[in-house]
Structures are given as C-alpha cells and as structure tokens.
Design a binder for this molecule. Structure first.
Ligand code: WTA
Length: 703
C-alpha cells in the first residue's frame, strides 16, 4: 500500500504526475496519545499544542524568550538589534536569516558547564555500547566537561583558531562528541564526514571546506568486520595534497584495541581502558599523525570558552546536491542550539531521569542534533551505540533497550523494515517495558512498518513520533508531540513551534485546505541553515529561486481533510536510499568515470527495505560489452566514489537513453522501466520512441 500520493515532479520541464493519495481508510486510522504519556507530558493535548503553536507564530519573540531564559548568554542581544531578521525573497535582495544577532554565547558552555552548575556533574551524559556486547563505558557531565576542555586545549596547541574548519571522520565513540564540542568551545567549525563515506568523498569535503586538521580513529567494528578508517583517511589526505590542501595534523583515536576490555575496577571505581594486544599496525606518519590519547594526557582540563556571536558558524555538514557536488550546509550557534534543545525536549518529551537512545550515526544530521546537541542541552542521559542492529543477533537493538532501560528510542524506517523481515520473535524475547516513546526519521514510513513498530516493538502502548526534517532545517519541523498529537500511520502530522509549512501549486499558489503540492516554509525558525558554505548563490538558487519568498524543501506533501501533513517524497533529482539522500547526478558522474561508460542515468526504484534503491542505465562506448564483470566493476566504482551505502541495486545496459528533442533525458520513462510498468503515458516528446522497446528488451530478468 503506498504511503500516500506519489508526486513525481520534474522541475525543469514542469511536469507533475499525481498518483493516488493516502487511502481513505488510512487517513481515518487514528491512534490517540496514551493517557499514561499525556498525563505527565510537557504538552498534554492537541488544544495545548495549538495554543503554544499560535503563540510561536504570532509572537515569536515572546515565545522564544521564555525558552532562552534557561540558557547562558555571556552578553544579551542589545535592544537596537532585531530579534529575528530575515529575507526569503530574492527579488527584495540577498536571502538572509539572522536570529539574536549580537548576543554572545558558547554552545559547549550551555551543554556542559551550565548543566554541571545545575548539579548534573555526576549524571551520566553518555552510556557507550560497543559493537561487542561486552564492550561498554560511560561518562558523566562532569567528566565530559573535562574531556572537552582538554580536547579544546589540544586543538589550540595545534594552532586551531575561531572560524577554522576541522574535519572529523570517526565512528560512534564518545571521542566523537568530545571532538565536536572541543571545536565548539574554541569557536572552530566542525565538518563531520560519515564514516561510511569513501576516501574520495572525504577528500572532496575536506577540500571544499579547506580543513587542515582531520580527526579520525584507527578503525571501527561493524559486526564481524573491521573498517580501517585511518587507511581511508590517508588516501583522502593524499588526494587533498593533489588539490594543494596541506593537511597539517591528523589526530587518531586508538579505538580498535579496546575490544571487550572495559570493566569497572572495583577498588578505584574507574573504568580504565586497557589496551589489549592487537596485531593490526595502524599506518602512522610521525610528523603529521598524532595519537589522541597522547595529546590528551598532556592537556589541561580547564578551558575558558570562546564567547561567539549568536550568528557565528557552529558547524557545516555536507548533503547531496542536485548538481552532484555536495553542499556544505552551514548552521550557526544560538539558533541551532535553542532549536535542537527545544525540539528534543518536546518531541521526545524527555523528562529528567529518562534514558534516551537515538541509533543514528553522528555523521548525519540526526546524530548531530539528536545524539549530541539536543540531548546534552537538556542534561539528558543517552546511549551511543557503535554497532549494528544485527550483531551478534537480530535482537541487539532490544537487548540494548533492556540493558539500559531505554525510555525513548529513535531510529529510521529502513532499520525497522530490515528487522521486520526476521519476524517478531527477536523482539518478543526482550522485555522492552522501559520504552515510552518511539521515534522515526529519514524517509516516509510505510504504514505496514509503522504498525509493526507500534504493535510489536511498542506493544501498542508507545506513541510514535514520525519526525520530518532535513539537514537544512537543523531540527524537526513537522512532527507529532507524543502526549498531544493523535497520530496517523505514515503522516508526520503538524508543524513544530515557529514553523509555517505551506503547500504550493506548480505556479507557486498557496493551497488552502486539503490538497497536494510542493512543500515550502514561509517563515524562518531559529535552527534553519544560514547558507551553503562558500557559496551563498547556490544557497539562494537551490532553496529560494523556484518559489521566491519561500524556503523550498525539495519534497512534495499532501494535506488531508483533518489538516494532517503527509510527506510524499522528493520532487527533485534526489533519492533516499535507507534514509540517506543521494543525487542522481552524483551517481551518474561516478559511473561515467569507468572507461566503458559513455553515458548513464540513475533513477530511484521502490525497495522493500531501503525505501528506495538505485536503478542505473549505462550506454557503453564502442568496443565494450556488457557483462556481469562490468556490472560488478560499475557497482564498485560507485562504492569507491561515494560509499558502500550508495551501491546500485540494478545496472542495465541501455543501447540508447530516452531523450527529448532538446536532448534532455526523460527520467519518467526510466522510472517506469525500473519498476516494470509499461504504461508510459505521453511519449510524443521523445526524439526517438523506439528507444523504449530497446530498453525493455535489455531489462534484466532479476530486476
Ligand atoms: C526525507 C534527515 C518523510 C525527506 C533528517 C527530506 C522524510 C530528506 C522524513 C532529508 C520523514 C526525512 N518522513 N520523509 N519523517 N524525514 N525525510 O537531510 O525527503 O538526510 O527532504 O535529513 O529525508 O534528509 P536529510
């Protein structure tokens, strides 16, 4: 059953195909928030949500000022500066978004020092659960503050200053948030690259951000496998050198040798990390590379925070762009901090003492906002998990839930779908009674997966928050609140405080009431991106040009009769594989690097577990034959250029591609071929209609 209407639009030629909308039966299936949750929630009813929402729109200053009162600002904003200052309309001048400009703060101070001062020094900030179930550690707010100060001092001694970019390529270990907050403490801008990206992808991002420091680890355990991150880093650094970027320092966490060694020593009550004999020799360049633990040993554990402007950059994070070149999404300090903190508090209804677990990797925005910044801003206790849901067994997620008595659990639809495959027993054999709230993020969740999550994982007593947002939005923008919003499986429901979603027609007209269109936002909220690093023009063209006066998400959405919003998916040349956004151009440019390929076109096809998967068409140069060996080489090429998660599902030979007379590839036709649908609609604009038959003849039987 489709999640909802499938709006496939090709923005360049202006065609929109609207398939069926959410089934009526689905629209009317409503799950009320459980009374148990509503009773103690911050927001207890839909009426209460609506009143708060109204205030956040009619008087944003009053709304956010109440929240700001809890946070530390070294200097308040002066009265002559506007609270919110923005322009979304390119015709009126450059697009700009400023919030609380002139106020001075530091996010690491607010996450750590402020919480320690409040008496949370001995509260656990992070439980760390290793890939191996016997490998674990934990860190209190007091300890984390010291580690962050030490690392900030390490960065200072290496010459890192405010405004410098620092690249981070690390696994899910506590040293990762320490590195992030160490940067933030001195006003350096972190640029984290997900550990699943290839050396080429890492290098491209380092070159774009001009980072002369890289923080990595020797490697990471993923189930039975070890991934040698330092070796990949070395390849990336060499590539940076070719582009005249001198990477002066590479800080390496010695993580691999710590397999299953970490037990608390009863006499000292400490958990020393004993470095076990381990026969892998990490490649090490004595002048450039430094062991993290050696640098930290000598560092002072006090570091005065750098008081930065509310609008000074905090971090950049690359996301796929439709031209194929990733965009460095830039977030600034105060707006991101307050938005991450507020969404975390309300959407997960985090209450003091709760244990929260987000399974996302910190290398993606979900990990930035909902593993590091949001939880720590609230003094929360969370779990950081190195491993995978399938190791050592398919019960691992629920084992970890039981081990730490997790109350809020946040994961992606792709993980849910891949676990569903193994049946209910792996879930049922675990207790899970600690769970209160379940969350999902990253792609539309199909009702079947929603219902399994709700009934099997949550025993039909935990509300599900289906949180819609983007790297660009900084935090949740359309989401239920667990104690307030009756949910409908597959709908992200209503806007968060301060967010004004609008559906637009092709012509840019606002759709009132029920309907389907392009999802845009009419007003800024504190946590939205401010620019594309080093390319403000690209920021404007990507997000503000199509519909002047609005931020365009790139997604389509539908509003039903009750006002619920249903995200229908991307309407641009982007696809979402297991919750990871990829652009078709990025994949095509990887394929074309192979000497056999003359031309390529990648499209999305629905996939049972991944949500979407890549179906690629390749036209070969003269003298090359299509074979399973070539297919393997092409898949490898994509893995090398982008990362393993981007590997195409199907590659088919295309003797020719379907093109319009002006030479544009008609992807609409390719999408139909990918799913085996021969209802091609109007094909009269094709330069050569016989191409379709040729493509059908070459469609692999396995596709
Ligand atoms: C999709 C991830 C439907 C959407 C936080 C968006 C979703 C893109 C949802 C951003 C959801 C994310 N329902 N679709 N709950 N959450 N998306 O930047 O297409 O990695 O534009 O941020 O994921 O992906 P990104």
């Amino acid at each position: 059953m489709p999640v909802s209407g499938n709006l496939q639009a090709n923005m360049s030629n202006g065609t929109v195909e609207v398939n069926s909308g959410p089934e009526k039966e689905q629209e009317s299936q409503v799950f009320e928030p459980p009374a148990e949750i509503s009773k103690n929630a911050y927001v207890k009813s839909l009426d209460e949500y609506q009143a708060m929402y109204k205030k956040s729109i009619s008087d944003p200053e009053e709304f956010w000022k109440d929240i700001l009162a809890d946070y530390h600002f070294e200097e308040k904003q002066s009265d002559d500066k506007p609270f919110f200052n923005y322009n979304f309309d390119m015709n009126q001048g450059p697009v700009s978004i400023k919030w609380l400009e002139g106020a001075k703060t530091n996010i690491s101070y607010n996450l750590l020092d402020r919480n320690v001062k409040k008496g949370l020094g001995d509260t656990i900030a992070f439980y760390w659960e290793g890939n191996d179930p016997k490998d674990e550690s934990k860190m209190t707010y007091g300890e984390l503050l010291k580690e962050v100060c030490k690392f900030a001092n390490v960065l200072k001694t290496l010459g890192v200053k405010k405004g410098d970019r620092v690249a981070i390529y690390m696994p899910m270990i506590i040293e990762l948030p320490i590195a992030m907050l160490g940067c933030a403490r001195i006003g350096a801008i972190h640029s984290i690259v997900f550990g699943g990206f290839s050396a080429d992808s890492l290098a491209d991002r380092m070159i774009d951000a001009q980072t002369s420091v890289l923080i990595t680890s020797d490697g990471v355990w993923r189930g039975e496998k070890i991934i040698h991150l330092k070796e990949i880093s070395d390849k990336a650094i060499a590539k940076c050198g070719d582009a005249n970027l001198d990477v002066k320092h590479c800080i390496v966490v010695n993580h691999l040798p710590r397999l299953a060694v970490n037990k608390v020593d009863e006499s000292t009550n400490q958990s020393p990390v004993k470095r076990k004999q381990f026969d892998y020799l990490t490649p090490f360049d004595e002048t450039r590379d430094k062991w993290y633990h050696e640098l930290m040993e000598k560092a002072d554990d006090v570091c005065t925070p750098e008081w930065v402007d509310a609008e000074d950059p905090l971090f950049m994070l690359y996301t796929s762009g439709s031209t194929g070149k990733p965009k460095g999404v830039l977030h600034t300090t105060a707006g991101y901090m307050i938005y991450a903190a507020t969404t975390f508090k309300y959407v997960f209804d985090y209450q003091p003492g709760d244990i929260y677990w987000c399974t996302a990797d910190i290398g993606w925005i979900t990990g930035h906002t909902y593993v590091t910044y949001g939880p720590l801003a609230n003094g929360a206790t969370s779990v950081i998990f190195e491993g995978t849901p399938f190791y050592p067994t398919n019960s691992r997620f629920w084992d970890v839930v039981d081990k730490y008595k997790v109350n809020q659990f946040y994961t992606a639809p792709t993980a849910i779908r891949s676990l569903m495959k193994f049946g209910d027993s792996f879930v049922k054999e675990c207790n899970r009674s600690s769970l209160k709230i379940l969350g999902t993020v990253g792609e539309p969740i199909n009702p079947e997966a929603w219902l399994w999550y709700y009934n099997v994982v949550g025993d039909a007593r935990c509300p599900i928050v289906d949180t819609y947002w983007q790297t660009e939005t900084g935090g949740h923008v359309i989401t239920p609140l667990p104690g307030a919003t009756p949910s409908k499986p597959g709908s992200a429901t209503f806007p968060f405080f301060g967010v004004v979603p609008v559906l637009l027609t092709e012509e840019g007209k606002e759709i009132e009431g029920p309907g389907e269109g392009y999802l845009v936002f009419k007003k800024p909220w504190p946590g939205m991106m401010r620019t594309v690093y080093g390319d403000h023009d690209r920021f404007e063209t990507t997000y503000f040009k199509r519909f002047p006066g609005y931020y365009f998400t790139g997604d389509g959405a539908k509003r039903d009769n009750d006002g619920y919003i249903w995200i229908t998916g991307r309407v641009d040349d982007m696809l979402n594989v297991s919750g990871h956004l990829l652009s078709t151009a990025q994949v095509e440019s990887a394929l074309i690097e192979h000497k056999a390929v003359a031309e390529s076109a990648a499209v999305a096809m629905p996939h049972k577990v991944k949500g979407e998967a890549l179906y690629c068409f390749v036209t070969l140069r003269d003298g090359f034959e299509f074979s399973s060996q070539l297919e393997g080489e092409l898949k490898l090429k994509v893995r090398e250029k982008i990362g393993a998660f981007a590997a195409p599902e199907v590659i088919q030979l295309a003797p020719a591609l379907p093109k319009t007379r002006s030479g544009k590839i008609m992807r609409r036709i390719l999408r139909k071929i990918a799913v085996g649908d021969s209802n091609f609609g109007d094909t009269s604009t094709l330069a050569d209609e016989s191409v379709i038959d040729l493509l059908l003849q070459h469609r692999p039987e396995t596709a």
